[in-house]
Design a protein around this ligand. Sequence first.
Ligand SMILES: Nc1nc2c(ncn2[C@@H]2O[C@H](COP(=O)(O)OP(=O)(O)OP(=O)(O)O)[C@@H](O)[C@H]2O)c(=O)[nH]1
Length: 394
Amino acid sequence: MLTSQLVAQLADSVLIVVIVAAVVLVAGTAGLVVTRRRKAEVSAPTPPAPLDTAEPKVGEDAEEPRDTPTRTLEDTELPEEPVATIEKPESAQGRMVRLRARLARSQGSLGKGLLALLSRDKVDEEAWEDIETTLITADVGVTPTQELVERLRTRIRVEGVGGEQARQILREELIELVNPALDRSLKVSRKEAQPAVVLVVGVNGTGKTTTVGKLARVLVAEDKHVVLGAADTFRAAAADQLQTWGERVGVRTVRGAEGGDPASIAFDSVKQGIEEEADVVIVDTAGRLHTKTGLMDELGKVKRVIEKSAEVDEVLLVIDATTGQNGLTQARVFAEVIDVTGLVLTKLDGTAKGGIVIAVQRELGVPVKLVGLGEGPDDLAPFDPEQFVDALLD
Ligand SMILES: Nc1nc2c(ncn2[C@@H]2O[C@H](COP(=O)(O)OP(=O)(O)OP(=O)(O)O)[C@@H](O)[C@H]2O)c(=O)[nH]1
């Protein structure tokens, strides 16, 4: 009896559980269906809007402008690197006028010092000694100094002294010492259907690559077609540096592998110049210590290899004016291994020893053709003795 009651109770419980489960199941399924339907409503693609075939309205019929204001120029992000444009370099004419103040600033003590001593009422022995010291300190060199002092003594004795007269005498004698008779023109014109070739040489860090870049600008300003040869395969960044200089004025740079054979790059750049019918090919070479025989011999090879296809018209030796007497020693050794046709004195803006112009010309019997007066792209000027001396005396 008890058992049958127990069984009946159990059956009731099972029934209740089954009923509850069924209700939950039905409610769950209904919920799911509703959610699915809602989701389907949300993600259903909206039908495409009918094409607006109406004519655009103008004037008073025009629609109201958009809520969001149109972006102004200020809002627009510009690319960081401006689009490369070809620069127009300053012409060589008149550069010296612009750079004269800089020269006067650096060399002022030389010119003004001499002038002050010569303008005294009486130029005594002590004053002449001071004049000599001033000239030697400015790197004019012993022999040129003695010559100049001798000529000044004679003229001052004969023509007398006095402010303006002393200035005139000094000006004339300094110009004579710098030697205005020397041919300072650069051989940079095509001849016999071939480009002129300029080889740039010198000790490390004197400013060769910079000078090649600046020279290219001088020539581009004269409407010359220039090709650059990056034969400095020793310093990793030199070819990039040169190429950047070239690109700024639309000039091609021929380069080779880092550590490659400089003679072969020099050859290729001249070949390129011939093919492009260029006016000038300027070849930059690696800086080399004048004391390293192997490197110095390499220069001869570079020149000989170029000469297989074209004549080398200019060999420009770059000298850092701030190195003083050491610059003279370099000049001497370079001149022994290669025929230097012109000198470039760089960094004249950074030294008071402008007398090196006189000394180095004397040493080599070769004219200073260009002077570097700053790091700016157009801070290279053709050397002019009169303007140089006038800047000293400014
Ligand atoms: N103030 C001044 N600096 C100059 C002048 N010319 C060149 N320089 C600087 O001298 C440094 C060396 O110049 P580079 O052209 O790299 O010298 P480089 O002779 O090619 O050097 P290497 O390839 O190592 O032999 C650079 O910082 C130039 O900007 C100049 O006339 N005035």
